[in-house]
Structure formats: C-alpha cells, structure tokens
Design a protein around this ligand. Structure first.
Ligand code: F3S
Length: 395
C-alpha cells in the first residue's frame, strides 16, 4: 500500500498511518472493523477542509476506491432537510452539501451523528476500531469496551480507506489501565454527570492523568454518555472505568494509585460557574445526540403543552433514533420544538442567529461560549428546568 501498488488514495492514507505509528512507537499494524469520520461540518473545517475532502474524493473515484470497512460520519452543520428553518445561510448550505456528497462518494454511510453506537455502527467488546469524535470514542472505549484511539478526521479516514491502524495507545492492554481513582463521596443526580465530566476533565488534565477509575457511582448509560463527552471535551479523556459497572473495570486498577475525592459542594459550585445567567433565546438539548430514552423523556415533558413565544427549542438526534420514535418526534414538534437530525447546536452556525443558549450538556457548555466558535452566553441546567424555560404557562 505504501509503495503505491493500490493507487494514490491508499498510498496517502497509509503514509499517514505509518507516520503516526512511527511517532507513537507502534510495532505493527492491526485491522480495524469500523471507522467514524469527523470533520464533516463546514463550520469546523471551512474552505480548506472542503477542498481537501473533494480532492481526496476525486482521487478515490478516479482509482475506483471506496472505504474498506464500515464507516459512518459525524454531524454536519445543518439538518439536510430543515436547514432553512434552522436559519442556515444559503452559501453555507451549498458548501455543506458538497462535503456530504464527497464523503458519501467514498462509501461512507450518511449517518451524520456523533452517536453511531445507537443502531448504525455498533462495535463489540474488544473490537479494534478507528473513530474520531471524542464523545463517541469515550463511549466506545468505556461503555462498550471496544478499542480506539482518539483519532483526528484525517487519521480515521485513512484507517477507513486502508482497513488498518497502527497498534499503539488504547489498542494496547497496558494503556487501558486506570492511572487515578476518583472517589465520588455523594450520590449524583442524573443531571450532575455532565457537570462532573466538565469539571473533572480539566482537573485530570492539569494532573496529567488520562484514565480515571470511578468509585461510588452507578450511572445509567445516558449518564455515562454525558460524563464521557464532557471529560473528553475539557480534558481529552478517551477512556474511563466505573467500579462494578463498565466492562473492563476488573482489570483496570492497581493498588497504589493516586486518589482524588469529589463532593457535592464542589460540583454544585462548579455548576454555578458554568451558568452565565443570561436569558436564553435557544434551548438546545441533545449533545451528544439524544438516545431513544432521552428523546421519549423530552416528549413526555412537553406533550400537550405550548412553547413560549420568542423561545426556540432544538433537540438533536440521529436519523436512526428519530425514525424509531415517530411519536416522540411528533409530540416535540407539536409543542413547537425542532427535532434536528444530522447536526447539533455546536457544529451548526448558531452564532449567526442566537446570542444565548441554555443546555444540559457539559460538552456543549464548554464549546458554546468560545469566542472563535459559537459566541454564546450560556445557561447550564437540568433537563426539566430547560423545558420549563421553554413552556408557555397557561393562566
Ligand atoms: Fe455531538 Fe455536537 Fe455534542 S457533534 S457530542 S452533539 S457537540
């Protein structure tokens, strides 16, 4: 492949994988069973990214190549059907569609979600995969027990094209062991996991820790999704273990690990700091994309109610989850909310339309205020309170 016997597209991809293997001291290449490609939103990759993807897609077309393993793609900058309702500008939409077409021409599935592990690309325990999208990487490693490094868009694409990755990092047993114990000294409410992740990611990153082992908590899968996504955003954490719960916890721990403690006051204080106190124009739920259970819960909370004038409500999900839950989608839309597929509040150009957004996601709370990215004044609160802000109170 490296010698170009399979053409230019494969040669370039292999060059990148070998370079990464050299940098990280990998001894060999290993096959991967799936890929998840990031760098899909025009907002995140811009014109340079668009040009790169289209050029690559052209080479692959010329050489008759497609990705070699099942590969799915991250959210785009808009819902492909409802972009006008979202207020996405025409020129943005045109470029976004070009990126989408280039990726699909390579054989990448048009999944457009950061939760491919719901129905569309579901790895098994112990399987080696090459995924980009930090929240999905965290979920695949920690909750499912599959093995992936935190790939970038180009390296995930390179693995999809070659079917291989270099064996280093989280593909190896020794790097999957915990390096710190987090003793949680209280029973968190479900909404707190996003804040715990947001707080802990930066704490661990300052300590130089990479694989936390939690004691004293019993999160649901949705809680773990929120926790992992937030830790990945603020601290690049790609794997964690929860005692008596996650698939690798039994082999994850050594006796002499450093310990840190988390108490309720610390998390409540942190949550206060995450909330900027403004009046939100947009209520945005579904970062990472909502699960079936989350979507149904939102529907339950808004069913039969009316949305307040002047407030927008967006719920982001994958097409797969929306299609399986038409009743929930209908209830949210009858309420006046917008159920968005293919995109989210962070990777769509919300800054062109809104100045303030309320979320329950620790990851969104990290990215939305960034001056160079979304420029939002944010509120951070539990799901039930978010919904209450959007509901018209009948007199
Ligand atoms: Fe997914 Fe967008 Fe959040 S891609 S993890 S919903 S920032």
């Amino acid at each position: 492949m490296l010698a170009g016997e399979e053409g230019e597209a494969v040669r370039k991809a292999m060059e990148l994988i070998v370079a990464l293997g050299d940098i990280y001291g990998a001894e060999r290449l290993i096959p991967v069973s799936s890929g998840q490609v990031s760098g899909v939103s025009y907002k995140t990759i811009g014109d340079a990214g668009l040009e790169f993807i289209e050029d690559y897609a052209d080479i692959m077309k010329r050489e008759g190549r497609k990705v070699r393993v099942k590969t799915t793609m991250n959210p785009a900058g808009m819902d492909l059907d409802k972009w006008k309702t979202m207020g996405v500008p025409e020129d943005f939409a045109e470029k976004q569609l070009r990126i989408f077409r280039a990726y699909t021409s390579m054989g990448i599935e048009p999944s457009l979600t950061c939760t491919p592990y719901y129905f569309v690309n579901v790895p098994k325990f112990g399987e080696h995969i090459a995924w980009a999208e930090s929240s999905a990487v965290s979920y695949a490693n920690s909750v499912i027990g599959a093995r992936t490094n935190r790939e970038g868009g180009p390296s995930a694409l390179a693995s999809a094209i070659t079917g291989l990755t270099a064996e280093y990092g989280l593909h190896l047993d020794e790097n999957r062991k915990a390096d710190v114990i987090v003793e949680v000294d209280f029973k968190p409410e479900p909404y707190m996991y996003a804040a715990i992740g947001n707080h802990l990611g930066s704490v661990l990153s300052k300590m130089g820790k990479k694989v936390p082992y939690f004691r004293g908590i019993r999160p649901s899968k949705d809680d773990m999704k929120a926790l992992g996504a937030a830790m990945a955003a603020t601290g690049s954490i790609a794997l964690y273990h929860v005692e008596n719960l996650t698939p690798e916890w039994k082999h994850a721990i050594a006796d002499d690990l450093e310990r840190i403690h988390l108490d309720r006051t610390e998390i409540l204080e942190h949550m206060k700091g995450m909330d900027m106190g403004c009046e939100p124009e947009l209520i945005a739920i579904g970062c990472p994309h909502a699960s079936e259970e989350e979507l149904r819960r939102i529907a339950e909370l808004v069913r039969g109610k009316r949305k307040k004038q002047g407030k927008e409500m967006w719920v982001s999900v994958s097409r797969a989850v929306a299609e399986r839950n038409p009743e929930a989608v209908k209830a949210i839309e009858e309420f006046g909310g917008l159920v968005l597929r293919d995109t989210c509040m962070v990777v769509s150009p919300i800054e062109k339309r809104f100045r303030s957004t309320a979320v329950n996601s620790g990851k969104a709370a990290y990215y939305l205020p960034k001056e160079s990215f979304c420029r939002q004044c944010i509120r951070f609160m539990p799901l039930e309170e978010l919904i209450m802000m959007a509901v018209e109170v009948e007199n």
